[in-house]
Design a protein around this ligand. Structure first.
Ligand SMILES: [Zn+2]
Length: 421
């Protein structure tokens, strides 16, 4: 009897196994920066089972013909604020207390889901949203996607941003109280930082985000975290297998983050060569959010945007030359008239090109390297056997011209076809 039950379950499993064979013109491997022509990818139940030339296609497999296309691993945006939609044309700043007054967490969750879906459709199969999601809006988005109510990318989210008193909220009068707690947790000692990390983990954050410096006027740092405070976050998060991302521009606050051994520096526009070298030595990623000048104009004037843009390209060029590991991240928190969020994200490619970075290195920052920072590299970031089938396809070679990523016309995520040609 046991044998018959075993046999039946074997037959059922075989019948239920969902097998897809993709015939690919070429597969690009971001780790080696090379491509293999005329490949077949066999996917079983969402997992890449085999990759190679002339593989036999299993009987009953669904065949997807992408023989005129280049396959790349699903893209990753390691810094995108999905629940935010500041009005660019109104130069609406962020954090903006009006958001908390006028938008419920439910509304922000719905916007987050919408943005996550359009990013996925464009080829971004994994997105990290490092904080600013109200009362953990993305935890519910992630849950609804996992429950199968909606499609959406893999989302890593930071919950509330942990910061020294007041964070980057500006001009809140004392009688309003700590009004910024809609986005921040005030934490002003190692013990308070530890407690804030635990609170975020409890409510479902999957990355810990610190703002290490409180600047209450643009460009003016009033106070910042000590090494001990950042280290408390690192110890507490790492114990739970979670990475720590730190928003910081440069100076002593960046030095404290580097010394404390964080996983990534976000922005870091003012990092020195010495600091970048230390990051390289320690394996700390730079997620540079390297804004195109046209998008900086939204909250800086023309002159300020030009200065910051030059600074960003210079820092990106130096980081690449020094060999700091980098993850592609955009920081998009705004709606831009006439442009979609994925179009805005692809506009960042021009900045990387301006810094003299070649297509293979850019693609690596958007796939395998970003996957490592997000701690999903054991299952995502490459098209190799054993990993989850997160795949995008496009009609021209991205190693010739990285802008070809704008033309992605096929997207598979978790082995499911999201967008077919
Ligand atoms: Zn950000």
């Amino acid at each position: 009897m046991r044998f018959i039950v075993g046999l039946l379950s074997l037959i059922c499993t075989a019948a239920l196994a969902d097998t897809i064979a993709i015939k690919a013109g070429a597969i690009v491997d971001p780790v080696s920066g090379s491509e293999a022509r005329d490949q077949t990818v066999i996917i079983e139940d969402g997992i890449i089972h085999a990759v190679g030339r002339g593989l036999q296609i299993p009987q009953g497999a669904r065949v997807v013909d992408l023989s005129g296309e280049w396959l790349v691993p699903g893209l990753i945006d390691a810094h995108n604020h999905l629940t935010l939609g500041m009005r660019y044309e109104a130069r609406q700043p962020y954090p903006d207390p009006a958001v908390y007054i006028t938008e419920s967490t439910a509304h922000r969750a719905l916007r987050g889901l919408h943005n996550a879906q359009i990013m996925l459709d464009a080829g971004f199969t994994t997105i990290r949203d490092p904080g600013y999601e109200g009362d953990y809006a993305l935890v519910d988005v992630r849950r609804a996607i996992a429950e199968g109510f909606f499609g959406g990318p893999t989302i890593i989210s930071g919950g509330k941003v942990i910061a020294p008193f007041g964070g980057n909220a500006r001009h809140i009068p004392p009688e309003r109280g700590p009004f910024w707690d809609y986005e921040y947790i005030d934490a002003d000692s190692p013990d308070e930082v530890r407690r804030a990390v635990r609170r975020n983990l409890y409510y479902g954050a999957t990355v810990i985000k610190l703002v290490a410096e409180a600047d209450h006027e643009p460009g003016q740092v009033d106070y910042y975290y000590s090494v001990g405070e950042v280290r408390a976050a690192v110890e507490e998060a790492h114990r739970s297998g979670i990475a720590v991302a730190v928003h910081v521009m440069g100076g002593p606050a960046a030095q404290a983050a580097i010394d404390a051994g964080v996983d990534s520096i976000e922005h870091g526009f003012e990092l020195t060569d010495a600091q970048l070298s230390q990051m390289k030595a320690k394996g700390i990623f730079l997620c540079g959010t390297d804004f195109p000048r046209e998008q900086l104009v939204g909250w800086l004037d023309e002159k300020g945007a030009a200065v910051t843009s030059t600074q960003i390209i210079d820092r990106l060029r130096r980081a690449h030359k020094i060999g700091v590991r980098m993850a592609f991240g955009t920081d998009i928190w705004y709606e831009f008239p006439g442009r979609t969020r994925p179009e805005l994200a692809f506009d960042f490619l021009a900045v990387w090109r301006s810094a003299g970075i070649g297509p293979a290195d850019i693609l690596r920052a958007m796939t395998s390297d970003a996957a490592e920072l997000l701690r999903v590299n054991h299952e995502r970031g490459r098209i190799i056997p054993g990993l989850v089938a997160d795949i995008a396809a496009l009609p021209t070679d991205p190693l010739n011209d990285i802008e070809a990523l704008r033309r992605i016309d096929f997207v598979m995520q978790n082995g499911k076809i999201i967008r077919a040609r």
